[in-house]
Design a protein around this ligand. Sequence first.
Ligand code: CUA
Length: 155
Amino acid sequence: MHLHRYERIWLIIGGATLVLFLSIVGVQAFATDAHPPGSLVTVDPKTVTQEAPFNKPSLTQVGEKEYKAVMVARMFSFQPGQMEIPAGSTVHFQITSPDVVHGFEIAGTNVNMMVVPGHINRATYTFDRPGEYLIVCNEYCGTGHQVMGGKIIVK
Ligand code: CUA
């Protein structure tokens, strides 16, 4: 098959670009140990708020400047709705929903995940900067969606 010279050049550029982009994504994924959220941790959304640990959503200290936040997102609030930690603390969040799909985004951080009924989603973040961090639900979840929020106060 005969290809025009320019056509060949553009094919090579296109192919090289594709290989370059895929390589960057691949290297980055392995370097940062990134992987899509698994659906390995499942719970029954009907009984999740009656059983430990989600029957008592809370923030507990698990080490020096290390906390575990067991949270429930439901129409139309987060539990616990407000948490206070000292600056420099690392918080391990685990969250689920007993009703519908919600969002869990901590404004100003890279914590942003979906909260899906039947699944426990996790995120870890270190709060180095003092201040007030807004937790917002960024998945439309019903008539009270816009009031669904929470707060993390870092002192
Ligand atoms: Cu919950 Cu929007």
